[in-house]
Design a protein around this ligand. Structure first.
Ligand code: FES
Ligand code: FES
Length: 158
């Protein structure tokens, strides 16, 4: 068992885990951070999408030993604090448009959306359908139309 230190939702944490344990299990099972959901465990469904240093990634596909002490992991639980509010504008948009059906994909969708909007802004691209085509998060309830509307709405307030 090894010690792993990194920043999680603005707090420096240290956790004991085998090197090859995937970060998703460290978050969920050892640290009780259950916003990132388990879908496939293979980096395909993106239900677990969180941010590493502000970029979207799949913690189910990264061994905890690959996370460096100065890496900053943000999960849906830590997203509101990044804007200093109770909810991030993308979360507000999800609620305003009543997007969720079962809601299982929601944390991953919102984290992917926020990262995509930030990246598009940095690249000088508009939030339009061809940009949103790059988000590959699966919604088993098929709420894709509403998800796109919410991302466009949320992006206006970011
Ligand atoms: S659970 Fe991580 S991508 Fe599917
Ligand atoms: S709302 Fe059910 S999986 Fe997306």
């Amino acid at each position: 068992m090894a010690s792993h230190t990194f920043k999680l939702n603005s707090e420096q944490i240290t956790v004991e885990a085998e090197d090859d344990v995937r970060l998703l299990w460290v978050l969920r099972d050892l640290l009780g951070v259950t916003g990132p959901k388990y879908g496939c465990g293979l980096g395909v469904c993106h239900a677990c999408t969180s941010h590493i240093n502000g970029k979207a990634f799949s913690p189910c596909s990264v061994p905890v030993s690959k996370i460096a002490p100065d890496d900053e992991i943000t999960t849906i639980e830590g997203l509101p604090a990044t804007v200093g509010n109770d909810l991030h504008p993308m979360q507000e948009a999800w609620l305003d448009l009543d997007v969720a059906q079962c809601g299982y994909c929601r944390p991953g969708q919102i984290m992917a959306a926020v990262a995509k909007v930030r990246q598009a802004a940095a690249d000088g691209r508009e939030i339009e359908d061809r940009v949103l085509d790059e988000i590959r998060n699966i919604c088993r309830c098929g709420s894709y139309t509403l998800i796109r509307e919410a991302i466009k709405e949320g992006a206006k307030n970011m």
